[in-house]
Design a protein around this ligand. Structure first.
Ligand SMILES: N[C@@H](CCC(=O)N[C@@H](CS)C(=O)NCC(=O)O)C(=O)O
Length: 212
């Protein structure tokens, strides 16, 4: 298996966590999102992901994009250490939580959106930070509320799931933008716990070969 990744990409970070939780090995192929005008825009990479985004998984010639699809595919093909439980209601809640991050919070704060705000709309760095903080803080408030019945070590119980694969990279990103995550006590505790575990540590941006 090959994973097209960028060390700081939170979507690729989700997949790296999932692979590690399952004990699966993948060759990580770096796609630098800034260098050379963004290697995700190079024709060779466009042939892999026409959306010009990381991650992409190549499983023996089967190419798949979208981090949540990749994680669910891995979960179906390699069911050991399941990322989704059997119970339909729990599965649905975990998917809803994961999609709150991957569909609602992340896309409007993605690199190309922030670049458009700066380069095309010419907003200042201060305004750009205000944009990021506004949408992320609103999103985290909603996530904390979704965890109101959660009392385990992870988002949904005492086993890591798809939700944790999505939450940890989003919090890592929020901290890079100096957002105080301690005001979200459940999220904060889950983040601290996950950081102490090898599958999460090995997936962290600073531990990637392409980390600057
Ligand atoms: N919905 C996609 C999002 C992928 C995505 O936005 N990746 C970002 C990095 S986290 C990217 O490649 N950005 C490049 C750009 O904005 O040009 C997924 O979950 O895989």
């Amino acid at each position: 298996m090959k994973l097209y990744s960028y060390f700081r990409s939170s979507a690729a970070y989700r997949v790296r966590i999932g692979l590690n939780l399952k004990g699966l090995n993948a060759d990580v192929l770096p796609v630098h999102l800034v260098k050379d005008g963004g290697q995700q825009h190079a024709p060779a990479y466009q042939a892999i992901n026409p959306n010009e985004l990381v991650p992409a998984l190549d499983d023996d010639g089967f190419i798949l994009t979208q981090s949540l699809s990749i994680l669910e595919y891995l979960d179906e093909v390699h069911p050991e250490t399941a990322l989704l439980p059997q119970d339909p209601k729990q599965r649905a809640l975990i998917r809803a939580f994961s999609q709150s991050i991957a569909c609602d919070i992340h896309p409007i704060n993605n690199l190309r959106v922030l670049q458009y705000l700066s380069n095309e709309l010419q907003i200042s760095d201060e305004q750009k930070s205000a944009w990021y903080r506004h949408w992320v803080e609103l999103g985290l408030k909603g996530l904390e509320a979704q965890l109101k019945d959660s009392n385990g070590k992870f988002c949904f119980g005492d086993q890591a799931t798809l939700a944790d694969c999505c939450l940890i990279p989003q919090i890592y990103n929020a901290l890079r933008f100096n957002i105080d995550v301690s005001v979200y006590p459940k999220i904060h505790a889950i983040y601290q716990h996950c950081l102490s575990l090898a599958p999460f540590q090995h997936a962290a941006p600073e531990n990637q070969a392409d980390a600057a």
